[in-house]
Design a binder for this molecule. Structure first.
Ligand SMILES: Nc1ncnc2c1ncn2[C@@H]1O[C@H](COP(=O)(O)OP(=O)(O)OP(=O)(O)O)[C@@H](O)[C@H]1O
Length: 259
């Protein structure tokens, strides 16, 4: 028996109403995300990746179709704190220490000081930032700031992590290291991760499932289940299996353009 999908989208459609007329951002998007999957969304700029993630997070409301998150509506899931969200920019408050930034959602949710301290210590350890609790964001590198923002999304221990191009602004070496760390974190926590990226190697390296999207209106052109093993050293990127999946992603992206 296959486990019940954590996220289930069926024929989602979303049209934004703007002053310049309607913008058809998503069309007929159907997808099942199984528990514990690492799903990447890849596609050209403006194809609706962020919009789809924002629908899952109940930050946008689809104009058609059905969406369930943890068996609830997206809105119920948001209120039940079913997910943590990591944005493109780290978005840390400069006047708060790293520890206080990570504690912020816990503070808002009314956790006791003791619970806050325990959780902050645990998630900072998970993202390899133990010892940086008292530092301010400006004292950390860009990669470390992004790790702190991942820690903040992990603070209340949601089963789902939604990540919108979290490493897009980082240089390649730092990005490689964070990719490795994210895989380790995913293996340790067994969370379900939805990850938006522009990078084919990043999508192939990280994912159990790669969702290829077409230009506007955003549709799913291919869902590739990765045959790569869970244990992935960075040099797996040089193997024929990896190159073959990357090739299929590229073909899917190209097909989307040519339709
Ligand atoms: N609030 C909004 N109002 C009107 N149009 C919007 C809104 N949000 C997004 N769009 C439009 O919807 C389309 C999809 O945008 P979205 O940000 O989801 O794309 P994306 O694939 O994430 O792009 P990128 O890779 O550049 O971040 C774009 O044409 C965008 O201009």
């Amino acid at each position: 028996m296959t486990a019940r999908p954590v996220i289930q989208a069926s024929q989602l459609d979303l049209t934004f109403v703007t002053a310049d007329g309607p913008v058809h951002a998503l069309q007929d998007v159907s997808l099942d995300v199984p528990p514990g999957a690492f799903v990447s969304f890849i596609g050209p700029s403006g194809c609706g990746k962020t919009t789809l993630l924002r629908c899952i997070a109940a930050l946008e409301t689809p104009t058609g179709g059905k969406l369930s998150v943890n068996g609830m509506t997206a809105d119920e899931a948001r209120r039940a704190r079913a997910y943590g969200y990591v944005f493109q920019a780290a978005g840390l408050y400069p006047w708060r220490t790293i520890g206080r930034n990570v504690a912020l959602p816990l503070e808002i949710m009314g956790y006791s000081k003791r619970d806050q301290a325990e959780r902050v210590a645990r998630v900072l350890e998970l993202v390899e930032l133990a010892g940086f609790e008292q530092k301010y964001p400006w004292q950390l590198s860009g990669g470390m700031q992004q790790r702190a923002s991942i820690a903040r999304a992990l603070a209340f221990d949601a089963d789902i992590l939604l990540m919108d191009e979290p490493f897009g602004a980082l240089d390649e070496i730092v990005r490689d290291r964070l990719n490795e760390e994210l895989l380790r974190l995913w293996a340790r926590t067994q969370k379900t991760i939805c990850f938006v990226t522009h990078s084919i190697p990043e999508a192939v390296y990280l994912s159990t499932h790669i969702v290829v999207m077409s230009p506007r209106p955003g549709r799913i052109t291919d869902v590739i289940e990765s045959p790569l093993p869970a244990e992935r050293p960075l040099d797996i990127r040089d193997t024929p299996e990896f190159i073959e999946i990357a090739h299929r992603v590229r073909e899917g992206l190209r097909a989307g353009y040519e339709e």
